[in-house]
Ligand binder design. Structure first.
Ligand SMILES: [Zn+2]
Length: 150
């Protein structure tokens, strides 16, 4: 699956995941993701992905599914600890054929009209950032997970 964006990302030696184990990798959405053209991204927007190339939830083994669920819960906890008042979870997959469950935090004060479908990034006061801010968020969430947010 050399053409898969997610598989290639997992193989990148420079990738710093928010969390990972043998079955799952959790990363922050990157300004370099397809369609984002290097622009700012919504801070805290994570994706939970199986290491194996599996297109849909229905393609996961029971062990992979358990790991995806466990990491979704752990990462959501870290986002909440970091200030999110709610974390949306969704599998959309219109553009990338490798399962990625999105975790999208909503921060306090976000007006109702930006909630769902998520338009939080369109709110003028939304927390957006480029590589540097994303890296700061990743380090913060990693530290929260390592402190045992389980
Ligand atoms: Zn893949």
């Amino acid at each position: 699956m050399t053409s898969c964006f997610v598989c290639a990302k997992h193989r990148d030696p420079d990738l710093l995941p928010v969390g990972a184990d043998d079955l799952v990798v959790v990363t922050h959405v990157s300004p370099d993701s397809p369609g984002r053209e290097g622009g700012p991204v919504y801070l805290g927007h994570l994706v939970v992905e199986p290491r194996r190339h599996a297109p849909e939830l229905a393609d996961l083994t029971d062990l992979e599914a358990a790991a995806v669920g466990t990491w979704a819960a752990r990462a959501s906890r870290a986002l909440r600890d970091a200030g999110a008042e709610h974390v949306y979870a969704a599998v959309i997959g219109h553009h990338v054929n490798h399962l990625h469950q999105r975790l999208i935090p909503r921060y306090p004060g976000t007006p109702r009209e930006y909630w769902w479908p998520p338009r939080m990034d369109e709110w003028p006061r939304a927390r957006l950032g480029g590589h540097e801010e994303v890296s700061r968020v990743v380090h913060d969430l990693r530290a929260r997970l390592e402190r045992g947010g389980r």
